[in-house]
Design a protein around this ligand. Structure first.
Ligand SMILES: C[S@@+](CC[C@H](N)C(=O)[O-])C[C@H]1O[C@@H](n2cnc3c(N)ncnc32)[C@H](O)[C@@H]1O
Length: 245
């Protein structure tokens, strides 16, 4: 495993433009600054906003990997390490990777943690049995290089489980969810943490491709048994796949 590049300069989270969604290097810098800023209260806001549902989603993520105890599993964009802890509980050997030094500093896990970019993982080819990634896809500058990196670091037959936000199919539920996500979340996030960051959260969903396209891209990157499950009426999605041999 390569050496982490170390903390970068602290940047204000108001780097995140409020009138448009940033792209490329501007997005990477703004996302990193945003998570550095919200790291200290990240777990609290998560629990409040999901009413604690996120715990069940994480348990399901680890379960659906379907790997035996003792597996070496990456928690990609590990943040404060919730999935690392869940992997640990299941008897796995997690390694966390995240871009934000602030999030890594706030992490509560005994797993080894590495500062790094998901688009260029500091890990050897074919070195891990599995990978999980929680609520980070929409924060990446591009998905193709991430899927290519996933494919590279997993052993043949290795498993991946990607958890992220979604929208219910049912029209009424979708309207209620949108109201909550677009109006309530920024208010609550603003009160408990950082308004700019939690206003970005609902806007960032539009970075995600539609479900069918996401699955097709994973297949195109060399994965098979690509499946998508909707959790909690569809407000969250879990995508699982196997690296083709
Ligand atoms: C919403 S948080 C999710 C944290 C954690 N996975 C969880 O489930 O609570 C998104 C995380 O993605 C990280 N991140 C964003 N872009 C990244 C990148 N290019 N490489 C590595 N981590 C990244 C952020 O620093 C942040 O910790």
């Amino acid at each position: 495993m390569s050496t982490p590049p170390g903390p970068g300069p602290a940047l204000p989270s108001d780097r995140m433009p409020s009138d448009r969604l940033p792209q490329g290097d501007e997005k990477r810098t703004a996302v990193r600054a945003m998570f550095d800023t919200i790291a200290p209260r990240y777990d609290l806001v998560n629990r409040v906003m999901t009413f604690g549902l996120d715990r069940g989603w994480r348990r399901r993520t680890v379960r659906d990997l379907g790997l035996g105890p003792g597996s070496r599993i990456l928690d990609l964009a590990c943040g404060t390490g919730d999935l690392c802890r869940e992997l640990d509980r299941a008897g796995h050997r997690p390694i966390g990777v995240d871009l934000s030094f602030g999030m890594l500093q706030a992490a509560r896990t005994g797993a080894p943690l590495v500062q790094g970019d998901l688009l260029s993982l500091p890990l050897a080819t074919g070195s891990v049995d599995g990978a999980v990634c929680g609520f980070a896809l929409r924060n990446l500058v591009a998905l193709e290089p991430f899927f290519a990196e996933l494919h590279r670091v997993l052993r043949p037959g290795g498993r991946v489980a990607l958890l992220d936000v979604s929208q219910p199919d049912n029209r009424v539920l979708r309207a209620g969810h949108q109201l909550y996500f677009n109006r309530v979340v920024p208010q609550v996030g603003g009160l408990l943490s950082d308004r700019a960051a939690y206003a970005y959260l609902p806007r960032s969903v539009s970075y995600l491709p539609p479900p069918a396209e996401m699955l097709a891209r994973l297949t195109g990157a060399g994965f098979e048994r690509v499946e998508r499950a909707q959790l909690s009426t569809g407000i969250t999605q879990l995508i699982t796949a196997t690296r083709a041999a």
